[in-house]
Design a protein around this ligand. Structure first.
Ligand SMILES: [Fe+2]
Length: 298
C-alpha cells in the first residue's frame, strides 16, 4: 500500500481550452501558471497546482494526481503497485512544480499519478470577485461497481471508509477531510463532479452571487448534506461538468477516536462512519436537486 495524503491536480480534456481557462480564472479564481499550445496549468490562490487543461475532442477527466507520503522511493512504490498487479510508469514530463510522478491505471480505467515532491507556484493573482477557493477538495466518480473501487482505493492507496449511502454511494478519506474521492454507482465510468472548498459560509454566499452575476445556474443548493455535513452549491461549467463549492466539511482529525469532530448539526453523537439509509431524508436542510443537477445522473 502507498498512503495517499491529498488530491493534487486533475487533468481535464476540453475542446475549448481558452473558454475553460477564462472560466477557471474568472469564476473559480485560479491563476494561470503556464500556457502551451495544447495545455494550460492553473493554480489556487495559495499556489497549489489544481487544474491542468489539455486539448481533446470531448470534455473528460483524463488523470487525477495524488500527493503520497515521501517515505517511499519511486522504485519502492513501483514495487508495491506491482505486488497489487499494477504496472506503473515513471514520468518526468513535468507539470510545473512537480518534477516527477508515477502513473498507473485504477480499477475503473482512470489514469492516476502519484507524486511526492512539489513546490508552491507563482500564479497570477485571482480575478477580483472570483471564488478564490482554499483548495481543490474532492472528486466524485460514477462507476459500475463502487464497492470494488472502494476496495481498490483502500488496498492500493490507503483510503479509509467515511460513509456509504445504501450500497450505491461511498465516501473515502485519505487525510482528515471526510472525503477526497467518492464513487457512485452508474453506467459508464466518468467524473460525477469536482469540488472546491471555500473558507466559510460568507464566501459560499458570495459564490452564489458570483454564479448569479455570471448567469451560471445553481443546479442544487445551498444545502447542508448528511454524509460529510458540508454546505454545498452546485453548478455546471462551460464544458457541462458539475462543479461543487463547499464549506464546513466534517473532519476526522484524530483517527484513533474513530469519529468526526463534533458539530452542533450532527444527529449522531459521536458522528462515526456509517451507512445512511437511502430511503430517508439525509440532508440537514435545503431543497432537493433541480433538473439540471439530475440531468445525466438519472
Ligand atoms: Fe461533492
Amino acid at each position: 500500500m502507498i498512503q495517499a495524503k491529498r488530491i493534487g491536480h486533475v487533468t481535464f480534456k476540453t475542446p475549448d481550452i481558452d473558454r475553460q481557462i477564462a472560466y477557471y480564472r474568472q469564476v473559480i479564481g485560479l491563476g494561470l501558471v503556464a500556457r502551451e499550445a495544447n495545455r494550460a496549468f492553473l493554480a489556487t490562490p495559495t499556489g497549489q497546482l489544481a487544474v491542468v487543461l489539455e486539448k481533446g475532442d470531448e470534455p473528460s477527466c483524463a488523470r487525477i494526481a495524488f500527493e503520497v507520503s515521501s517515505a517511499l522511493s519511486f522504485a519502492e512504490m513501483a514495487k508495491r503497485l506491482q505486488a497489487d498487479g499494477l504496472k506503473s510508469e515513471e514520468r518526468s514530463d513535468a507539470v510545473p512544480g512537480t518534477p516527477k510522478s508515477l502513473a498507473f491505471t485504477d480499477a475503473k480505467g482512470t489514469s492516476i499519478e502519484l507524486f511526492t515532491e512539489w513546490s508552491f507556484l507563482a500564479a497570477e493573482a485571482p480575478a477580483a470577485g472570483s471564488l478564490m477557493p482554499v483548495k481543490l477538495g474532492h472528486l466524485a466518480y460514477v462507476t459500475e461497481d463502487p464497492k470494488a473501487i472502494f476496495d481498490f482505493y483502500a488496498k492500493v492507496l490507503g483510503f479509509r471508509l467515511s460513509d456509504w449511502i445504501g450500497d450505491y454511494f461511498v465516501f473515502l478519506r485519505c487525510g482528515p477531510d471526510h472525503h477526497t474521492v467518492n464513487f457512485i454507482r452508474g453506467p459508464n465510468s466518468r467524473m460525477h463532479h469536482m469540488a472546491f472548498e471555500v473558507k466559510d459560509t460568507s464566501h459560499l454566499a458570495n459564490a452564489c452571487d458570483l454564479l448569479g452575476r455570471q448567469n451560471l445556474e445553481i443546479v442544487w443548493g445551498p444545502v447542508r448534506h448528511g454524509p460529510g455535513h458540508n454546505i454545498a452549491v452546485y453548478h455546471r461549467n462551460p464544458d457541462d461538468q458539475m462543479v461543487e463549492f463547499f464549506t464546513d466539511l466534517d473532519r476526522m482529525s484524530d483517527e484513533e477516536s474513530g469519529y468526526f469532530e463534533p458539530r452542533p448539526w450532527h444527529k449522531d453523537r459521536p458522528q462515526k462512519p456509517k451507512t445512511w439509509d437511502p430511503s430517508k431524508q439525509r440532508d440537514m436542510w435545503g431543497l432537493p436537486p433541480g433538473p439540471n443537477w439530475r440531468r445525466g445522473n438519472e
